[in-house]
Design a protein around this ligand. Sequence first.
Ligand code: FAD
Length: 424
Amino acid sequence: MRYMNGHKMEKINTTIMGGGIVGCAIAYRLSQKYNDITLFEKSPLLTVKPGAIMGDNQTSRNAGVIHAGIYYEKQKSPLKSRLCVKGNRMMYDFCKEFGVPHKKVGKLLVATDGYGEMMLEKQHQIAKENGVPEMDILDEEKVKQLEPNVRCTKALYSGTTGIVDPVKMAHKMAYLSQQAGVAIVEGNEIIDITPSGKDYIVVSRDNHHNLFRFETDIIINAAGLYSDKVARMVNPEYPHRISPLKLEFASFYRTKRQDINLGMNIYPAPNYFIKETGEIIRPTEEQIKAELGKTIATTVGSHLTPTLDENWELGAEVTISPVQSGKCSIDDYTNTQPLRKFHERVSRFFPNLKLDDLVNNGDPETDLGNRAGILAGIDDGTDFVIESDEKYPTMINLIGIESPGMTSCLAIAEYVKEIFSQIR
Ligand SMILES: Cc1cc2nc3c(=O)[nH]c(=O)nc-3n(C[C@H](O)[C@H](O)[C@H](O)COP(=O)(O)OP(=O)(O)OC[C@H]3O[C@@H](n4cnc5c(N)ncnc54)[C@H](O)[C@@H]3O)c2cc1C
């Protein structure tokens, strides 16, 4: 026990920073084997009503798609490619075992021209290399049988893509962790960390501005959009930086008319976009080789995603996302994209949808989409970064946990558990 100003200072063995879906998954996985773990979350995320959007996090604002793992090339994104495929299986198993609302609705990636078909072939190849099951190329007729309201020249089918309620998933893992002895401290932000010998002195602040100082042996930094700043609290030379990217959403009701009904995730063939502005482009192979991950990035493209109702059946609402608005400040969740843009992006492959079917943000004067989220990618790469700090090996940083971080959360937790078992 250490003393500070003559007072005993509490000691916590393992401190997890961040109660998003990844922090909760890590708490759940570690709690199956280890004791003395405390998770700090600055917002009241874990008490948020399922389905509600709140706070400065990615988990409660995401699209809820359980990805299959077809977007991430092994060479460029080794962790994403491996952890997404593994995480997909783990998520279905977890949801079934613990009663988390989800549905394996499948997905069609649709091409409407030759460039799109070329992109589908690329994705199919990546999917094969990643070992993604239940993939097939479908012609126009087969697509019509599955989704009569979708138009395309070809599609890539994925049978293991699904939808889940991400907040309920996080709640369930937090609940199971608590049952196994993890202390969860909500509404408490870690504001300072000082390395001290082999340990760390940590200061947290609650919603009433009360400070709490404690000593800890191991820190797991799952602070999402703030994870790079947290990493630099410990090691000011920590290299990676989060490059926040705003993604906006709109929605419509599939039950409004039969000709806009659908049941699967419908994605366009992937696109490239300019990171700075969000503008969609069609680069040459040379440009891709030179600029991917630097000035340009790939996007899954604006897609249609069904939602779940309270009985785990398809809900009436279908979301359209993302329309990217480029780089943004870290907590700017304002809607900026007009409904017209969402409509333009999907009308090529979903032609019966009318502009006035789209639900706006409640202000008909502005006619903007109805919610926004911010992705926590890094500015110098395309993969997740999950590793011990070079100087401080008992500090495990998870940086760049953007999409498919939700799908991968249990596989990420398993990976962190391996690092943890080596450093403790
Ligand atoms: C718009 C959007 C759509 C997405 N769609 C999908 C999808 O369909 N499928 C998919 O697999 N992935 C998707 N993702 C990605 C996915 O949401 C993230 O990868 C995942 O939620 C990351 O979880 P996390 O716990 O690492 O981060 P977060 O959810 O961001 O949580 C980090 C937490 O850390 C807390 N925190 C930060 N600093 C501190 C501090 N100092 N002290 C205490 N707490 C702190 C924050 O309050 C926050 O709650 C999407 C992301 C976005 C933004």
